[in-house]
Design a binder for this molecule. Structure first.
Ligand SMILES: NC(=O)C1=CN([C@@H]2O[C@H](COP(=O)(O)OP(=O)(O)OC[C@H]3O[C@@H](n4cnc5c(N)ncnc54)[C@H](OP(=O)(O)O)[C@@H]3O)[C@@H](O)[C@H]2O)[C@@H](O)CC1
Ligand SMILES: [K+]
Length: 485
């Protein structure tokens, strides 16, 4: 279940499945059954209220109400419209429900010990306002388990954005595959726990839709890892140049530690001569070179990858260094000051990008470099990758990685502990280290985000950036051992 489908793609999969012979009401029954399974495996029978909207999300609600009642629960059901306004499978399942159909109102919530949200799902088409918005506020203010069916009402399935108001669920059960809005903020938080259940749509049907968006999982890039050969030597594992600042040396020291831990064969920190002893004393395994030699170093094609930006400083000097080094088409990671230095003239940067390049902006850096690109994070990352010709990785709790050819991935591991100084520098170092070993730029960015997030989740509270590189051998070992032998 790696693929992430837009709501339109999901409707397509649904339609193709029905055309292939599975009736829509079977899919709806399967969907309702899956939700009831998830509910009854977590909560004992109690008084539940099911809130139903006018479409098929509401249809799922009728199935859920019936199955919960069959399981011995006390169930009330409220419907947003008149029951005779329902059509298709929703109308069919309304007939199969032998309980009362009440009008949607706050009175339905009195005494409810669990609420199932089936107001709107994939078909949310506009801002929620008026009485429905008031009801959503009342539901959120209660203190009972709240289960969203497909997506929390009010969350846009494609963007994760809130359209007016939104349900804040404890558990969201979706069907077949996740949608972007399940992983993009704020939808990601509003979903609570996310469960994806099979309802009878074949994997081949999903593949036929050719999704280009994935959950960032090792299955997407494991085959692209360049593990060292038995008879390999360090020169086969790349030589990364980490261009360091003259005074803010911490950032590039973190880059260097991460790149070496992830497997770069050789690493040279290139910086002003006065700063070199600081870098050299950080770890005995690195080499150093004066920045005046950068051009010479790049002429030697064994120096196959560069990370520049962390702690380097903003301005003309940074800009000209970057234009100079991009000329050599080495694998390049541009982060932090390297990005901000081009705020006034981003097109100069995009024009110079010819080789495999990864840009790793946080939201602020992104807005400076791509001020006119708007929308949700996924849309923006894709547009920026297309414009720049680079892989663009927008950092955050919902990190998105997009390649210029349209492929994209969203990080699905929650690791709030990564929000700490130096964490981004480590990420750049991991990407640079992987590209130095020959990994494709998009795969390297995805793998780096996964390693970084897993390290964050594994280490947990108390994490500082220096801990992340130290944890990499554990995670690399896990990936290595999971290879088919
Ligand atoms: N895909 C699958 O495989 C399967 C999908 N299944 C389920 O189907 C769900 C999708 O069903 P759906 O297409 O009927 O859309 P749904 O979310 O019920 O809403 C549409 C209705 O809401 C209305 N409406 C919209 N916005 C509004 C607003 N702001 N304020 C007020 N009204 C608003 C809209 O009105 P209209 O725009 O037409 O005026 C229309 O009447 C999906 O989420 C999943 O739960 C399962 O059954 C099994 C298989
Ligand atoms: K819903």
């Amino acid at each position: 279940m790696l693929e992430i489908l837009t709501t339109e793609q999901m409707y397509d999969a649904d339609r193709k499945t029905i055309e292939a012979g599975t009736p829509g009401d079977v899919l709806m029954e399967n969907a309702g059954t899956a939700v009831v399974d998830e509910i009854t495996s977590r909560w004992s029978p109690r008084s539940a209220t099911v809130l139903c909207g006018p479409g098929n999300n509401g249809g799922d609600g009728f199935v859920i109400a019936r199955l919960l009642r069959n399981a011995g629960w006390s169930v009330r059901l409220g419907l947003l419209c008149d029951v005779d306004k329902l059509t298709g499978d929703a109308a069919l399942n309304a007939k199969r429900w032998d309980g009362a159909v009440e009008r949607l109102s706050p009175a339905l919530l009195v005494g409810a010990e669990l609420i199932v949200d089936c107001l709107f799902g994939a078909g949310l088409a506009r801002v929620i306002d008026g009485e429905i918005a008031d009801l959503v506020h009342t539901v959120n203010a209660g203190n009972v388990p709240l289960i969203a069916v497909d997506v929390p009402t009010g969350v846009d399935g494609n963007t994760g954005e809130i359209r007016g108001v939104a349900i804040k669920a404890n558990l969201t059960v979706t069907f077949c595959r996740a949608k972007p809005g399940h992983y993009l903020l704020p939808g990601r938080v509003l979903c609570g726990e996310l469960v994806i259940r099979d309802i009878g749509i074949a994997d081949q049907t999903v593949r036929d839709i050719r999704p280009t968006l994935m959950r960032n999982d090792p299955a997407c890039w494991r085959a692209g890892i360049h593990w060292p050969d038995l008879d390999g030597h360090k020169y086969h594992r790349g030589h990364l140049l980490a261009v360091g600042g003259a005074t803010m040396t911490g950032a590039t020291r973190l880059v260097a530690r991460a790149a070496r831990r992830v497997g770069a064969g050789l690493l040279t920190v290139v910086a002003e001569p006065a700063a070199l002893p600081v870098y050299a004393s950080d770890s005995p395994g690195i080499m150093t070179a004066p920045i005046a030699n950068l051009d010479e170093l790049l002429k030697d094609c064994r120096h196959n990858a560069v990370v520049i930006g962390p702690g380097f400083g903003i301005g003309d000097e940074t800009r000209s260094r970057i234009i100079q080094l991009l000329h050599y088409c080495r694998c390049t990671v541009l982060d932090a000051d390297a990005l901000t230095s081009f705020s006034e003239q981003p097109s100069t940067l995009f024009f110079a990008i010819q080789g495999p390049t990864v840009l790793t902006p946080h939201e602020g850096e992104f807005a400076r470099l791509f001020p006119d690109i708007e929308g949700d994070k996924l849309t923006r990352a894709r547009a920026a990758a297309k414009r720049s010709g680079a892989t663009v990785l927008i950092k955050g709790a919902d990190t998105v990685i997009a390649a210029p050819d349209g492929r994209a991935a969203i990080s699905v591991i929650n690791a709030p502990w990564l929000a700490t100084a130096g964490s981004g520098d480590v990420l750049s170092g991991i990407i640079g280290g992987l590209m130095a070993q020959g990994m494709d730029m998009f795969d390297a960015a995805c793998m780096a985000v996964w390693l970084h997030a897993r390290a964050g989740a594994d280490i947990g509270p108390g994490l500082i950036a220096e801990d992340i590189p130290k944890h990499l051998p554990v995670l690399l070992g896990e990936l290595w051992r999971s290879l088919p032998k």
